[in-house]
Write a protein of this length. Structure first.
Length: 131
């Protein structure tokens, strides 16, 4: 049963990272050379995703890592919904480049698995296919 659940967790994680997308983002430095930016995210899944976090990684002109900044992008994103969030990083000065990625609360994995309505037949089919 643990292997079945683990496989479904992997499927759910894949669904999260392919279904909730950053559709646009940009950033710049302000008058103090501190980075600030904005991003639009969209939920292309069939369930409401909660507690979406972001991680911005900053790099210098030689592409050396400087630091990360994290925060909450959105507390709740319904299916099909688009949402804009902003970020401001005061502990980084004069970065040359940045990467933005999303991170999801583990409760979203359980919500996706629950939404699938797996049955005993699904488990039996899984067991038959791994042998």
């Amino acid at each position: 049963l643990q292997d079945f659940y683990s496989a479904k967790c992997i499927d759910a994680i894949f669904e999260l990272y392919t279904g909730v997308k950053i559709s646009y983002w940009d950033w710049k430095t302000d008058y103090s050379n501190e980075p600030q930016g904005q991003a639009w995210i969209i939920n292309n899944t069939n369930i409401t995703i909660k507690n979406i976090k972001y991680i911005v990684s900053y790099y210098d002109g030689s592409h050396n890592y400087i630091s990360d900044d994290t925060g909450t992008a959105c507390s709740k994103l319904s299916p099909g919904e688009k949402y804009r969030f902003t970020f401001y990083t005061s502990h980084v000065k004069s970065p040359s480049s940045a990467n933005l990625k999303l991170d999801f609360a583990s409760s979203n994995v359980d919500a996706i698995i629950s939404s699938k309505g797996y049955t005993e037949d699904d488990f039996i089919n899984y067991c038959n296919n791994i042998n």
